[in-house]
Write a protein that binds this ligand. Structure first.
Ligand SMILES: Nc1ncnc2c1ncn2[C@@H]1O[C@H](COP(=O)(O)OP(=O)(O)OP(=O)(O)O)[C@@H](O)[C@H]1O
Ligand SMILES: [Mg+2]
Length: 238
């Protein structure tokens, strides 16, 4: 299947003259047009893996193989908005003037529930609103591949659910490929076509999620069983 393949990725960091291994031979396929969710303990290397996959950083060894050309957008663990630009100008920041379709941007603003805040500056927004502006900025770029690092962690329960639904809607419409890091097993089950568990710098498990529809009910037996399986594996890690 077309997509991205990670082959035997190794990555170490040097801190204060000491070497810390982070990724110790990651092999992973990220299929095109699907959502790959990454789960794992804090510090296990999820952000590092995302940055390597998106080309923001290079591996010590191993390969990141892209099948075809991709337009890549990042949603980072923190919003990273330009403080001197208002919401609207942050969203269109990466676009050329002739690429700005006012109607489309307005649509995206409403998708992330920021209508009425187009002229607000980041300092005038809550953390969750800033994060939604960052998501809007990524969507405005019309990416084919989106790397999302705990994008909904700062949102309240209802907004988070709503953003999950919107993300699924956008993903189905655009057939984009998504790599999505979260600490929430429920979120992984709602969004993932495959759920990847990282432990000690390696892929510990890949759970394919085969659901008949995108409207998933986490109380269905198959999801309860899968959740139990994931929790047992996470407990095993702890
Ligand atoms: N630029 C860097 N320089 C040195 N060490 C780094 C750097 N970036 C990450 N690390 C180290 O690599 C390890 C993995 O970090 P990473 O940010 O990938 O973890 P994570 O799984 O995303 O954690 P979290 O769930 O807390 O976001 C950590 O031990 C971290 O200290
Ligand atoms: Mg991280």
């Amino acid at each position: 299947m077309a997509g991205i393949r990670l082959k035997d990725i190794h990555k170490t960091y040097q801190v204060d003259g000491r070497t810390f291994p982070v990724l110790n031979g990651v092999d992973l396929e990220i299929p095109e047009g699907k959502i790959t969710v990454i789960l794992g303990q804090s510090g296990c290397g999820k952000t590092t893996l995302l940055r390597l996959t998106g080309g923001l950083e290079s591996a010590d060894s191993g390969e990141v193989l892209w099948d075809g050309a991709h337009k890549t957008a990042f949603v980072f663990q923190e919003p990273r908005l330009m403080p001197w630009l208002n919401v609207w100008n942050n969203i269109i920041f990466g676009l050329k003037k002739n690429q700005v379709d006012q109607e489309k941007i307005q649509d995206i603003v409403s998708t992330v529930n920021l209508s009425g805040f187009e002229k607000a500056y980041p300092s005038q927004l809550s953390g969750g609103m800033q994060q939604r502006a960052a998501i809007a900025r990524a969507l405005a770029y019309e990416p084919t591949f989106i790397l999302m690092d705990e994008p909904f962690a700062a949102l309240d329960y209802f907004t988070r659910e709503q953003m999950q639904r919107e993300l699924l809607r956008v993903q189905q419409k655009e057939h984009s490929s998504i790599m999505f890091v979260t600490h929430s097993i429920d979120e992984a089950l709602i969004l993932g076509d495959q759920i990847v568990m990282i432990e000690k710098g390696l892929v510990k498990h890949v759970y394919p999620v085969k659901a008949p529809s995108r409207e998933r009910n986490l109380l269905d037996e198959e999801f309860i069983a899968l959740k139990r399986d994931i929790i047992e594996n996470l407990n095993f890690i702890n």
